[in-house]
Write a protein that binds this ligand. Sequence first.
Ligand SMILES: [Zn+2]
Length: 231
Amino acid sequence: MSCYNGNVGTRTAEDIRTYTRLWQLAHPERVKAIKRKYRLTHKEQTAQEWRVYYQANKEHLKAKASAYKKAHLQATAKSKRKYNAANPERVSEWKKADYQRNREVRIATVRRYASTHKAEISEAHRIYKQQRKADPDVRAKNAIHSSTRRARKLSLPATFTDDQWKAVKKVYNYRCAYCGAKPKRLDQEHVIPLAKGGSHTVENIVPSCPICNSRKGTRILLGPPPVRLML
Ligand SMILES: [Zn+2]
């Protein structure tokens, strides 16, 4: 053994590299396991190394990824859906950034569409009017989405859903929370208006008749509704 140890000192750096390469070729599984362990215990370094590598091989990696996507359309779509469901905030950030980047182009596209599809658009309006006649709630359903958009724009919590709206109306026995009237159409009333920093969440929404709703507007003059149920 002493003979072996003595030899270590006489090895050149090149010898060691050759030996290491041979050992790696002979033990692919061990190499994999060691690399995996390294990645897990050196997450920050690994990420940094990857960033450097990515920058140096950007075009090649991009081409490779897009070829893979084309060859595995279904798998890619599935993993995209999974990722989007798990990272809603990141997705919404991306969408916002994307919208800002392409804002002018999008507006121009919408304008062009409007000028060349007048008949379709007036038909859509006609259908919407009919729907509103048949189901006064269509307006509220649409309001949910526009309030959600507005709240998100103001960076306010916005988690109110169609199902919650149904539940809220039921809890209030389909009556206005302010005056107790039972109108054909109930509006979603933000107890603290979005404009005053109220959230678009179930705790901040009560049903209101159109009259009370328009009286209140964005003021908090009416104060909390007389009928305030804790949901
Ligand atoms: Zn009312």
